[in-house]
Every structure is written in structure tokens, then in C-alpha cells.
Design a protein around this ligand. Structure first.
Ligand SMILES: NC(=O)c1ccc[n+]([C@@H]2O[C@H](COP(=O)([O-])OP(=O)(O)OC[C@H]3O[C@@H](n4cnc5c(N)ncnc54)[C@H](OP(=O)(O)O)[C@@H]3O)[C@@H](O)[C@H]2O)c1
Length: 279
């Protein structure tokens, strides 16, 4: 899909109040939970992802409880798409004051087994897209003297996990990018933080039951949404970060451990080293 398009009409512009939010990767999982949470705090929220029907569902769930949501169906990996997403959000809702980068792609494999196209795809979605989105919103945030950029990183980007491939590298790099954004913009009222989750039960991650881990030991997308909302509630004088790790309490549900086990079990089943990929 090329150009952005509101999938079900433009809502009214948000009145003064909580800042307009743009959530990249809002069609499911962590991004959808964050979008609902920010809408519940009063933000008008632009929802970005490729799956139009899923975006509409999230938007509907927000509107049902009185919130404002603008679904924007587009592929952020396409040239120019991040800029179009921001332009459409600002045209429909007003200046973006909170950017949440949750869109992600994963393809697990050792370096020697990683195909170039998979490497590039992960770097594009997990690192370049957050850079392009941030570059688009930062001038306005600096001018207004306020703004938040929250990146959903990963525990796997904090450690060297064999087999984490382009995913681990892209997450490690986006952690640094977020820190850099914070450092360059802190005197302009803009704060940037990475929230780096461990294993969260979503469509992107391995199913806990497949790896013999009880569901309740794995994080829920809501846990990450709560963390993001907590961050945004901090007073302007307060900076948290540059990175907040949110891990399951149980060590066997820790991100690195789970990923190693997932790769091993994929190989045992003959599924090959790259059994997991976000489409
Ligand atoms: N689940 C975990 O255990 C875990 C742990 C650590 C970090 N994370 C990170 O959390 C973030 C969210 O993942 P999730 O676990 O919530 O899985 P998810 O439900 O699969 O969410 C991924 C989101 O990224 C969007 N996306 C992917 N490619 C896109 C593209 N080209 N253009 C636009 N949107 C795109 C997807 O939307 P469409 O498919 O509609 O495009 C979806 O909304 C990711 O960055 C992931 O790396 C997850």
C-alpha cells in the first residue's frame, strides 16, 4: 500500500488537553494496549499499522469508551511512509506530542544463517522507522517546548543472545538512538525513553505453552502500556531512563532464556533456525 489514508473518516481535532499521540504498530499487542491506555488518559491517538481491519477494531474500542482515534493503514517500511503517517496524524488530530514506536519485525537466526533481506527488513522497521518518525516530530516538539518519544525496545537488545540476529542488533541500536534523541532534546522539553520488555504474550512472541512456561509468568501487553502511561505522568522536571527494562519475575520467562529455548525447540522440530517472523 502506498499513501496513508484514514480508514474510517477523520475525527474532530483534539481540544487543548493531553497531547495528541501517534502509536506506530497500534494494530495489535503492545501498541494496541498503549494506544487504548493513552486514549483513556485523554489523548487523541493516531493508530498506524498495515492491517486495516485490526486498526479499525482498536479505533472502535477507543471510541466506544468516548476516546478519539484515527486509524491510518500503511506500511511504515515503504519510502516516505513515516513522514506521511505524521502528516496525516497532524492534519486529523493536531501536533503530535507523544510518539510511541512499537512497530516491530523479528526473524531469529544466527549471523551465518541470516539472509540479507531479513537483516534489512528488521533494521528498517525496528531502527530506521523510529528514526524517520522521530525526525518528523522533533522540530515541532522542540518549537513547542514539550514532547515524548517512547521506543519499545527489547530485553534482547540489552544482552548478547546467540541467535537473536538482526532483531537483537536493531533493538540494541534503537536503544542508543533513543538515548541520543533524549540527550539532544532534553533542553527543549523533549524526553525520550526506551521501554525494553522481556517476554510479552503477543502474536510476535513464542507461545508460553510451547516452551512449558505458564501463561501467568509471561508479561501482558497491558503491563507495558501501564509503564508507558506511568512515564508520561512524570512531571516535566523529571527524566527517567534512558531505558526501562520490564521483565517477567520468573527467570525461566526471561527474554534471553526464552529466545534461546525457542530457537532450540524450533530446530528440534525441524522448523529451521528462522522459525519466527512477523509478516
Ligand atoms: N512480545 C514480546 O515478547 C516483545 C518483547 C520485547 C519487545 N517487543 C517489541 O514490542 C513491539 C510490539 O510487538 P508486539 O509484541 O506487540 O507484537 P505485535 O502484536 O505483532 O505488534 C507488532 C506491530 O508492528 C506493526 N508492524 C509491523 N510491521 C509494520 C510495518 N511494516 N508497517 C506498519 N506497522 C508494522 C504490526 O502491525 P501490522 O501487522 O498491522 O502492520 C503490529 O501492530 C515490537 O517492537 C517488538 O519488537 C515485543
Amino acid at each position: 500500500m502506498t499513501g496513508q489514508r484514514p480508514v474510517d473518516g477523520s475525527p474532530d481535532r483534539a481540544a487543548d488537553g493531553p497531547p495528541v499521540a501517534l502509536v506506530a504498530g497500534a494494530s495489535s499487542g503492545i501498541g494496541a494496549a498503549v494506544a487504548r491506555r493513552l486514549a483513556a488518559r485523554g489523548s487523541a491517538v493516531a493508530l498506524v499499522g498495515r492491517r486495516e481491519a485490526a486498526l479499525k477494531e482498536v479505533a472502535e474500542s477507543i471510541r466506544t469508551v468516548g476516546g478519539t482515534a484515527l486509524p491510518l493503514a500503511l506500511d511504515l517500511a515503504e519510502p516516505g511512509a513515516p513522514a506521511r503517517a505524521v502528516a496525516a496524524a497532524e492534519a486529523g488530530l493536531g501536533p503530535v506530542g507523544v510518539l510511541v514506536c512499537s512497530a516491530g519485525a523479528i526473524r531469529l537466526a544466527g549471523v551465518h544463517e541470516t539472509e540479507e533481506r531479513h537483516w534489512e527488513r528488521q533494521l528498517r522497521i525496528n531502527l530506521t522507522v523510529p528514526f524517520l518518525l522521530a525526525r518528523q516530530v522533533l522540530p515541532g516538539m522542540r518549537e513547542r517546548g514539550s514532547g515524548w518519544i517512547v521506543t519499545i525496545g527489547s530485553g534482547v537488545g540489552c544482552e548478547v543472545v546467540a541467535g537473536s540476529g538482526g532483531y537483537g542488533v536493531s533493538k540494541h541500536a534503537v536503544h542508543r538512538l533513543t538515548e541520543l534523541i533524549h540527550e539532544e532534546n532534553r533542553d527543549h522539553g523533549v524526553r525520550a525513553v526506551t521501554v525494553a520488555p522481556g517476554w510479552v504474550s503477543t502474536r510476535l512472541a513464542a507461545r508460553p505453552s510451547d516452551l512449558g512456561v505458564p501463561d501467568e509468568q509471561v508479561l501482558d501487553a497491558q503491563d507495558i502500556a501501564d509503564t508507558v502511561a506511568w512515564l508520561l505522568d512524570r512531571p516535566a522536571r523529571m527524566s527517567v531512563g534512558p531505558l526501562i527494562r520490564v521483565e517477567p519475575s520468573a527467570s525461566r520467562a526471561a527474554a534471553g532464556t526464552a529466545m534461546t529455548r525457542h530457537l532450540t525447540s524450533s530446530r528440534d522440530r525441524g522448523a529451521g533456525p528462522a522459525a519466527k517472523e512477523t509478516p
